[in-house]
Structure formats: structure tokens, C-alpha cells
Design a protein around this ligand. Structure first.
Ligand code: FAD
Ligand code: N01
Length: 584
């Protein structure tokens, strides 16, 4: 296993690790493994690094977690030499950052661009993964690391007559590199998720006319983008390590001034109001952490819903449009909330109109535009901001076969099953970075990525030190972890929405809440304990010989304190879901 990965190519000697994807996950994984003396190759479908920030170039695309925190913390030199220009960096700056990281650590020599992995099969005899690419190249690797992204595979959504439309159709997630000039154009956009909410205000400024087709309104909070807040900058400059550590030691992987003790329903209304106003003025996700009961108690959640509805009415002059823009079918926070710059006010512009697809369903695309049940709309261009086959889409598009030829699609037929969101039973030496069953999309993803990369790297070092050739999640530990994932989300309101977290945006996808909702800090501690207990729940082999055969999962950090008022709600939901025995 000493071949130079720079020359890993069809039928070459096996490499230590084949990493799929050159977003932040794949880039850090490569750097980390190299530093530990492993050889690794990255295969990336795109032509450049950055993943999300390479593909999603739509107007207005930017991060919605402050860049001070949404950036790598693994290297102090990198951290010190990079300065973010704004509180929430735009796509172009994030892509520059990804390129800077690639240059600084000389990553490109081990990344093959324009290379899509189509198949990966475990060869039990050779204890290797056999990997194939779209162009027919073949690699062999001891470990397969899927850094394929949770939000990298657009949904296959299509509409009747779409091929008859004579103008261009753009997907936010596959935006042309040369950009799009909408000046003087009549534009239609379908979708009102985060991508649409970011792009609508910018497209509206350029286009002659913009028609927004909305199926479900979303909650959106103002970003209040601008210079990095002084308090944050000062805290970061004073001690970047402590600042990072504080971000990582939170449920969401970013500092949100989270209140875990006070319930909105037990606080005087004027104090609740003042707190929500304070957080709305700060911007971004801060309102999510205002009260301990928002995410659990329907009544408490309604207080925030009404507060945001009022903010929408304040910003949108036409009361009928404001009403259309107000979410009514899901509690606040149960679909990923959006963060915007001028979204609601955009609907006051004379060149912007809103179509409610529930009131007038889309019938067909035509050569000139879109026909709904009520009207024909003519467009020069259409934008699809229709979302992703999240968490599993990029993984199950690969013909992945584990032990005995078992396919990942079979294994996940009723929803993705993993142990810790890191490994899958029956798929030895295959790791997922921020995979289903890990906190991933419920967190600041960079912190989740760093935690996964470092755990995987440590695991590979341990295997190497002990001359072990494979590690694999046991079926029992995987089942136990799936129960943990269910138990973490069941007490909350999260399962009540038809969200992409639940797989609800993809027809036929099994309904299952995919990420682990127990918080990044809790999860990190669980992973640490699992490794410290000699990788409990994993089967470790040397060739055919089983060296360690652990089938249990016992790592449970202490439960955080919960306000007494919430306990009966939590117990009732866990009992109803069969996750807690009913009291006798
Ligand atoms: P990605 O960046 O998705 O990279 C995966 C890479 O794998 C892609 O380049 C893809 O081409 C490649 N790939 C996939 N399958 C294959 C294959 N079969 N063969 C070869 N290559 C393959 N997260 C936050 O925490 N905060 C934010 O503010 C935020 N904003 C976002 C905004 C947008 C528009 C989107 C879409 C996501 C956002 N996210 C955000 C989530 C974001 O995806 C993560 O923060 C992070 O960038 C993920 O990095 P990654 O490397 O894991 O995956
Ligand atoms: O996708 P979405 P997204 N007919 O799934 C609609 C991250 N992100 O790309 O809700 C009509 O949220 C669909 O309607 P409905 C972030 O995690 C972050 O916007 O299903 N409409 C919805 O309105 C985010 O959550 C940022 O009824 C159809 C929209 O399309 C995730 O990526 C920016 C339809 C899809 O919304 C995904 O966001 C961008 C149909 N057939 C993305 N099919 C930041 O701000 C779908 N829709 C950092």
C-alpha cells in the first residue's frame, strides 16, 4: 500500500482511501489522511473544489451561519490568514476560500475532477473496495469514504410539457458558471425554499418581471448582513480556539445564545415579545434559541409563528400577499427556516407577483411559459429552485454493494440505517461524512464535517496500528442507533412537517427523520465514548479473523436538564412511538 496516490489510476495498486467528493468534507479528509501518512485519492464529479459552493452559483447565494463559524478551524495558519469580508459570505467568496484551502494544502494533485463515481463493490476476499467511474476508470481502495454531500443531488422533479418551453430553464443548484443576465426579461421561479428566498430579491432587481410560484410558504428571518458584529470579531480575535470550542460545544454547532431553561409559555408576554424582538434584530437563526419550549410545545411554537406572521405583515404592504406568504401548515423550525435579505419586501415591487400553486395548480409548461388552472403566464426564462434528494440522494445514486453483494438501496429500502451516521452494517470500511443518522444538516455543517473527518482518521490510524484490515458496524449497534435517532427527534415537533429532513419532498422516498436531532455536542461525546470503548458496536477483522466483535451500543452521555413543564409532553410522545414503556 505504498503507491503514490497521485498516480492512482485504473487497475493500479490499491490505495488506502478513495474519497468521493471534493467539497469541504472531501478536502479536509484528504488533508487529514495525508498528514497521517495514508495515501488517498479524491474523485469529484465537478470541475473544481468547493462542492455546494462550486455548484450553487445562483444570484444571492450565501451562507446563513456567520462565516467566522462557518469556516475551517483545523489549522491556525489558515484561520489567521483568511479574513471574511462580510458576516455571511457570498458564494463566490466561499468558492475562493475552498480554492485557497486546496492551494494552501496542495490538495489538487490528489483530486481527479470531472470524475463521477458510478459503482463501488466490496471484495470480501481481497478486503478492498472496487470502484468504477462514469468514464470507465477503476480504482481499488482499502477504505471508501463518501464525502458526497447531504444537499448535492437535485431532486428529479419535472413538470408536464417542460421540454416544450422555448426559453432557458435554470436550476439554482446547477447554475451556469458564466452567470445569467435577466435584464429586461420576464422570469418565472418555482419554489420558495432557502435557494429561492435568497435569489428572488436579487433576480427581482434585474428582471423586467418576476413571477414566484409558491406551493408552501416558509418562515424566513432577516440576515442583517453587513460587517461581522464587533462583539463576535473581538471574541474571535482574542481567542480563536476558545471561540471555535464554544461553537462546537452547542447543539447546532454555532453560537446561538440558546436558552434551554426558560419556557415562553411560562414567561410574561411582554418579556417574550422583548426577547423575540431582540433576536429578530440580531438576525439569522438566533430566534430559534429564544425559548426552551419552542421546538417541543405546540402552544409555545405558536407564539413564535404569530410573531413572524406579524413581521411578514409589517414588511408586505398588500395584506392578501402577506397572508399568502405566511406559513400555516407546519410549526416554526420543523422545515429548515430560511434567512433572507429583503425577501418579504420584494413582494412590494411592482414587477414582482406571487402565485399560490395550491389555489391555482400548475397544469403544464407551454412553449411560451406556464399554464396554471387559472391563467397562462409568459416567460423568457424559468428558474427551478425545487430542492434536493437530501442526505441519501448522492449515496444511493451510486451502485454501492457491500458484503455478499447487498445493495445500499436494499439496505435502506425503509429509510437510511446507519451506525452513528458514520458506517452501515454489511458495508465494511465504508464511511459517510455527515451521513444520515448524524447531526449534519441540523448543524453548522463545517463543525460536523471536522468532527466526522477527525473521528474517521483516528479510526483508520487505530486499524493500521493494530494491523486490522476491516471495520464494520454490527447490525445490533446499527439498530440501536436507529432507535436513538428516533428517540432524539420524537419528543420534538420536527416530525410534524413534510420536510426534506423526512424525505417528504421526493415521491416514493421512505418517510423517516434522517438526521440525528440530539445535538452536535452530545453526539460528539457519544462518538468519543464509542471509540474509547475499543470501537463498541463495530466488528473488527484481520482478513477472515474476527479480532473484536462488539454488538452493543452503550454510550449515552447524561441527558441535558429539561424544563419540568416539557417532561410530560416528551414522555407522552416517546410512549406513543413505542420508544418508552408505558407507565403501569
Ligand atoms: P458538498 O459540498 O455537497 O460536496 C459534495 C461533493 O461530492 C460535490 O462536489 C459533488 O459533486 C460530489 N459528488 C457527489 N456524488 C459524487 C459521485 N458519485 N462521484 C463524484 N463526485 C460526487 N450548511 C451550513 O452549515 N450553513 C449554511 O449556511 C449552508 N448553506 C448552504 C447553501 C446551499 C445553497 C446549499 C445547497 C447547502 C448549504 N449548506 C449549508 C449545506 C452544505 O452542503 C454544507 O455546509 C457543506 O458545504 C457540505 O460539504 P460537503 O463536502 O459535505 O458536501
Ligand atoms: O430546496 P427546498 P432549497 N411544484 O427543498 C418547491 C440548504 N440551503 O434548494 O415546500 C412546486 O428547501 C418546494 O415546495 P414545497 C438548506 O438546508 C441553504 O431551497 O415542497 N413546487 C419548496 O418551496 C435548505 O433547506 C441556503 O411545497 C415545488 C422548494 O421547491 C436546503 O439547502 C440556501 C415542487 C424547494 O425548497 C434546500 O433548499 C439554499 C413542485 N413539483 C439552500 N417541487 C442558505 O441560505 C419542489 N417545490 C444558506
Amino acid at each position: 500500500m505504498t503507491t503514490s496516490s497521485a498516480h492512482a489510476s485504473p487497475d493500479a495498486l490499491p490505495i488506502d482511501a478513495l474519497i468521493v467528493g471534493a467539497g469541504f468534507s472531501g478536502m479536509y479528509m484528504l488533508h487529514k489522511l495525508r498528514g497521517l501518512g495514508f495515501n488517498a485519492t479524491v474523485l469529484e464529479a465537478g470541475s473544481g473544489v468547493g462542492g455546494t459552493w462550486y455548484w450553487n452559483r445562483y444570484p444571492g447565494a450565501r451562507v446563513d451561519i456567520q462565516s467566522l463559524e462557518y469556516s475551517f478551524g483545523f489549522d491556525e495558519g489558515l484561520e489567521q490568514e483568511w479574513r471574511w469580508s462580510e458576516r455571511y459570505a457570498p458564494q463566490a467568496e466561499l468558492e475562493r476560500y475552498a480554492n485557497h484551502v486546496a492551494d494552501r494544502f496542495d490538495l489538487r494533485r490528489d483530486i481527479r475532477f470531472d470524475t463521477r463515481v458510478t459503482a463501488a463493490h466490496w471484495d470480501d476476499k481481497a478486503q478492498l473496495w472496487e470502484i468504477k467511474t462514469e468514464k470507465g476508470a477503476h480504482y481499488r481502495a482499502r477504505h471508501l469514504i463518501l464525502a458526497t454531500g447531504c444537499l448535492s443531488m437535485p431532486t428529479d422533479v419535472t413538470f408536464p410539457g417542460i421540454d416544450t418551453f422555448e426559453g432557458p430553464i435554470y436550476r439554482t443548484s446547477r447554475w451556469p458558471h458564466e452567470g445569467v443576465d435577466f435584464t429586461g426579461k420576464r422570469v418565472g421561479i418555482i419554489g420558495t425554499g432557502s435557494s429561492a428566498i435568497q435569489s428572488i430579491p436579487v433576480i427581482a432587481e434585474q428582471a423586467a418581471q418576476l413571477t414566484v410560484f409558491q406551493r408552501t410558504p416558509n418562515y424566513s428571518m432577516p440576515a442583517h448582513n453587513g460587517p461581522i458584529p464587533k462583539a463576535d470579531m473581538d471574541a474571535w480575535l482574542k481567542d480563536p480556539r476558545a471561540y471555535r470550542a464554544a461553537s462546537k460545544d452547542t447543539g447546532g454547532g454555532f453560537q446561538n445564545d440558546g436558552n434551554t431553561t426558560t419556557c415562553a409559555t411560562e414567561t410574561p408576554p411582554e418579556e417574550v415579545r422583548a426577547e423575540l424582538e431582540r433576536r429578530w434584530a440580531w438576525g439569522g437563526f438566533r430566534i430559534l434559541g429564544a425559548f426552551a419550549d419552542t421546538g417541543v410545545d405546540t402552544e409555545a411554537n405558536r407564539i413564535v409563528q404569530e410573531f413572524i406572521a406579524e413581521k411578514i405583515r409589517e414588511q408586505v404592504k398588500d395584506p392578501a400577499v402577506a397572508d399568502m406568504l405566511t406559513p400555516k401548515d407546519h410549526p416554526f423550525g420543523t422545515k429548515r427556516p430560511c434567512v433572507d435579505t429583503g425577501y418579504y419586501a420584494t413582494f412590494n415591487r411592482p414587477n414582482v407577483s406571487l402565485v399560490d400553486l395550491r389555489a391555482e395548480p400548475l397544469v403544464t409548461f407551454t412553449a411560451q411559459g406556464i399554464t396554471t388552472k387559472a391563467k397562462d403566464y409568459e416567460f423568457d426564462a424559468v428558474v427551478l429552485a425545487t430542492g434536493f434528494d437530501a442526505m441519501t440522494g448522492a449515496i444511493d445514486r451510486i451502485d454501492l454493494r457491500g458484503r455478499g453483494g447487498r445493495r445500499i438501496k436494499e439496505h435502506w429500502a425503509e429509510g437510511p440505517r446507519t451506525y452513528l451516521g458514520l458506517m452501515v452494517a454489511g458495508f465494511p470500511n465504508m464511511f459517510t461524512i455527515t451521513g444520515p443518522g448524524s447531526p449534519s444538516v441540523l448543524t453548522n455543517m463545517i463543525n460536523s464535517i471536522e468532527q466526522h473527518v477527525e473521528w474517521i482518521a483516528e479510526c483508520l490510524v487505530s486499524l493500521k496500528q493494530h494491523q486490522q484490515t476491516s471495520i464494520e458496524a454490527s447490525a445490533e449497534a446499527e439498530a440501536a442507533w436507529c432507535q436513538q435517532v428516533a428517540a432524539a427527534v420524537t419528543p420534538s415537533l420536527l416530525p410534524q412537517a413534510n420536510s426534506w429532513y423526512m424525505g417528504a419532498n421526493v415521491p416514493g422516498k421512505p418517510r423517516m427523520f434522517m438526521p440525528y436531532a440530539g445535538g452536535l455536542n452530545t453526539y460528539t461525546e457519544i462518538c468519543r465514548q464509542v471509540a474509547a470503548k475499543n470501537y463498541e458496536g463495530f466488528i473488527i477483522r484481520q482478513g477472515d479473523r474476527v479480532l473484536s466483535d462488539s454488538h452493543v451500543f452503550t454510550s449515552h452521555p447524561p441527558m441535558p436538564d429539561i424544563p419540568a413543564k416539557l417532561l410530560p409532553i416528551i414522555v407522552e410522545r416517546l410512549t406513543a412511538a413505542g420508544l418508552m414503556p408505558a407507565a403501569q
